[in-house]
Ligand binder design. Structure first.
Ligand code: F6P
Length: 353
């Protein structure tokens, strides 16, 4: 063990200024790390701990809950209830936000997806946790509308990926930094300071089984990637799909790429698959702080004004030049400049305006 290594706590002390709010934020992020260590231990034991499989309950999204979804949610809630720094919590696994009793002096609201990509749990593929931290209202318990801030107001955001190694990637608005869990010692060590997403990439990630439901600008972009050298892109592309947003974003932070779960017509009542408050916003901040972009295709994710905790949104994020290209394709489609990609499925333009 090298004693000079930068642990997460040491990093946060160095990174944040000495104000009371910064000290509390650092302590809150150390609490996030404690919950992550507990979830990492559970996921690593897998079937040995009897934690795999589904429950008979559904979350507010109508998705069957996995045992580990609920256990991970409990790990976060218990940690924040004991920690005393959160005034309120909202989670994918809870219908409504909860106020942390007796902690009205707590300075933060934490919004999280305790176990993202949970369809991967039973097949032993990487899953993760995602979190977003915003300021709590002062002097009174939080109300549901206090959570509904645009993502640009996040004070901190990040995720943990439970893969071959457990890593935490965080931002407090001064770059994006990665820490690897030293399991024997129990410390997160700074291993990936100042992550930078390359501006260009030849790797895209999208669930192509939904192709017929996509909007024409996304169909155009993916068709061009697939045509590779033989078409306008002039180079071949590679495709990856892990079905775990955390793992996809992590890959993009490590080597570049573009990830898309765009708005689609699969279920017109749902404008996209991913959730704004605990998936798109925190990942948007992490990606932007690493030099990438995060967009709906028509606007910056972090500028979207939320209207519900569990609202869904189209997400296109990653290497800057590719995200800008997809945004341009949306513009060209919306202004009628793009004559080629008009699909009968999307004749009802009003649905997207
Ligand atoms: O939000 C849940 C999630 O599991 C993401 O982590 C992932 O990107 C996506 O859904 C996978 O969706 P699909 O099952 O449609 O591939």
């Amino acid at each position: 063990m090298h004693l000079g290594r930068t642990t997460l706590s040491k990093f946060l002390i160095q990174e944040l200024d000495g104000s009371a709010q910064s000290r509390h934020l650092a302590a809150l992020l150390v609490d996030v790390a404690s919950a992550v260590k507990a979830i990492s231990a559970m996921t690593a034991k897998g079937a040995l701990a009897g934690v795999l499989g589904s429950l008979e309950t559904e979350n507010v999204q109508g998705e069957v809950q996995k045992k580990l979804d609920v256990l991970s949610n409990t790990a976060f809630v218990n940690t924040f209830q004991l920690g005393g720094l959160a005034a309120g919590l909202a989670s994918e696994e809870m219908d409504d936000p909860v106020t942390v009793q007796g902690k009205t002096e707590g300075r933060f609201l934490v919004i999280f997806d305790p176990l993202d990509g949970s369809s991967n749990i039973d097949v032993n593929v990487s899953v993760g946790s995602i979190f977003s931290v915003i300021a709590a209202p002062e002097g009174r318990p939080p109300q549901p509308q206090d959570y509904l801030n645009p993502g640009r107001e996040q004070l901190a955001a990040g995720y943990a990926v439970y893969g071959p190694a457990t890593m935490m990637v965080i931002t407090v608005g001064k770059g994006t930094h990665g820490f690897t869990l030293d399991r024997e010692v129990g410390n997160f060590i700074l291993t990936h300071p100042n992550i930078q997403i390359p501006a260009d990439t030849s790797e895209f990630a999208i669930n192509t089984s939904n192709e017929r439901f996509w909007e024409p600008p996304v169909q155009r972009y993916v068709a061009e990637c697939k045509a590779g050298k033989t078409d306008v892109r002039g180079r071949d592309f590679n495709m990856r799909w892990i079905a775990s947003m955390v793992a996809e974003v992590h890959r993009i932070l490590m080597r570049g790429g573009i990830f898309m779960y765009p708005r689609d017509m699969k279920d017109p009542s749902k404008p996209g698959r991913l959730r704004l408050m605990y998936e798109a916003n925190p990942m948007g901040m992490v990606v932007e702080q690493a030099g990438g972009l995060a967009s709906t295709g028509r606007s910056r994710i972090l500028d979207v004004q939320p209207d519900q905790i569990h609202q869904r949104i189209g997400v296109i994020l990653g290497s800057r030049n590719e995200v800008e290209r997809v945004e341009r394709y949306h513009r060209e489609y919306d202004t009628g400049e793009d004559k080629q990609y008009t699909s009968p499925l999307f004749k009802e333009r009003s649905l997207y305006q």
